[in-house]
Design a protein around this ligand. Structure first.
Ligand code: SF4
Ligand code: SF4
Ligand code: FES
Length: 241
C-alpha cells in the first residue's frame, strides 16, 4: 500500500508553517501515523513529492501504545493519538494530513508546548494533603478518572478553552483528574478543591460535551462531570441553603 503523508511543518515558533508531502509505502495493515513518522525519520536521504530533502520531522512519542498521550496531534482535521491512527483508515482518502494541536503554542513541526495543561493541575492543587485510604473495592469513578493521558485532545475541540495568559477555564484535562480526588476525599477535606473546580471548570463549561466523543482513552467524561458537579458544587449549595 502507498499513501501520501502531508505534514504541517515549521522550524521554530515564529516561523511560518509550510506543508511537506511524502509518499509512504507500507505492508503492515497495523501501520500507524506514528510508525510512519518513526520510519521516515530513520531513513537516510528521503525526498518529498517535489524531490526536496525531508529533514528530521520533530514530533513527540513515548509508549507507542496509546498509553502516554505524547503523540496527540490533528490528523485529517481530528485531534487524536498518532500511535492509534492506522494508515488503513485513510486509504480511501489517499492522504493523511498531520498537523500540530492548535490550542497550544507551537514549538517545531508537530511539537507544541502543553505546559498550560500541567499548570492548570498546579493552579487547581490537584493533590491530597491528607491521607486518602484506598477503598477495599476498586472505586469505578476513580479508576475511570485515572485513565486520563493529559493528551489535550479534549481541549482541542472545546469551544471554551484557550491556553492564553489569564485563562480561567481549564477544561477536561484538569476536570478529569480533579474528579478522581473529588470522588475520594471526604467533604471536609475537599473544600479548596471544590472551590477551584467551581471556578476553573464548572463556571466555564458550556456542557456541549464535544470533549466526550473525542477522548482517545474513551473516558466517560459525562459521568465524571455529573459526579463532580454534584459533589463539588451542588451539595455545597444545598448545605448553604
Ligand atoms: S462540555 Fe463542552 S465546554 Fe465543557 S469541557 Fe467539554 S467541550 Fe468544553
Ligand atoms: S480527558 Fe481524554 S482527551 Fe482529555 S486529556 Fe484526558 S485522555 Fe486526553
Ligand atoms: S506514543 Fe504514547 S500515546 Fe502515542
Amino acid at each position: 500500500m502507498e499513501i501520501r503523508i502531508d505534514i504541517l511543518r515549521r522550524n521554530s515558533p515564529s516561523d511560518k508553517p509550510y506543508l511537506q508531502s511524502v509518499m509512504y509505502r507500507y505492508e503492515n495493515k497495523a501501520a500507524t501515523a506514528a510508525s510512519a513518522l518513526s520510519e521516515i525519520n530513520s531513513r537516510e536521504g528521503i525526498k518529498d513529492i517535489n524531490g526536496a530533502g525531508v529533514g528530521r520531522i520533530r514530533w513527540e512519542c513515548s509508549c507507542m501504545q496509546k498509553k502516554c498521550g505524547a503523540c496527540a496531534m490533528v490528523i485529517n482535521g481530528v485531534p487524536r493519538l498518532a500511535c492509534g491512527a492506522r494508515l488503513s483508515e485513510y486509504e480511501k482518502n489517499g492522504y493523511v494530513r498531520l498537523e500540530p494541536l492548535k490550542k497550544f503554542p507551537p514549538v517545531a513541526d508537530l511539537i507544541v508546548d502543553r505546559q498550560a495543561v500541567f499548570e492548570a493541575l498546579k493552579k487547581m492543587k490537584i493533590w491530597a494533603e491528607t491521607e486518602v485510604l484506598p477503598p477495599e473495592i476498586t472505586d469505578e469513578l476513580a479508576y475511570e478518572a485515572s485513565r486520563c493521558l493529559q493528551c489535550g485532545c479534549c481541549l482541542e475541540v472545546c469551544p471554551n478553552f484557550f491556553a492564553g495568559e489569564g485563562a480561567q477555564f481549564f477544561g477536561m484535562a484538569a476536570a478529569v483528574p480533579a474528579s478522581r480526588l473529588i470522588d475520594q476525599l471526604l467533604p471536609s477535606d475537599r473544600r479548596e478543591l471544590s472551590e477551584a473546580y467551581r471556578r476553573n471548570v464548572y463556571e466555564g463549561c458550556g456542557r456541549s460535551l464535544a470533549c466526550r466523543d473525542i477522548c482517545p482513552a474513551g473516558i466517560d467524561i459525562e459521568r465524571l462531570l455529573v459526579n463532580s458537579n454534584s459533589a463539588a458544587v451542588w451539595k455545597g449549595l444545598f448545605r448553604k441553603w
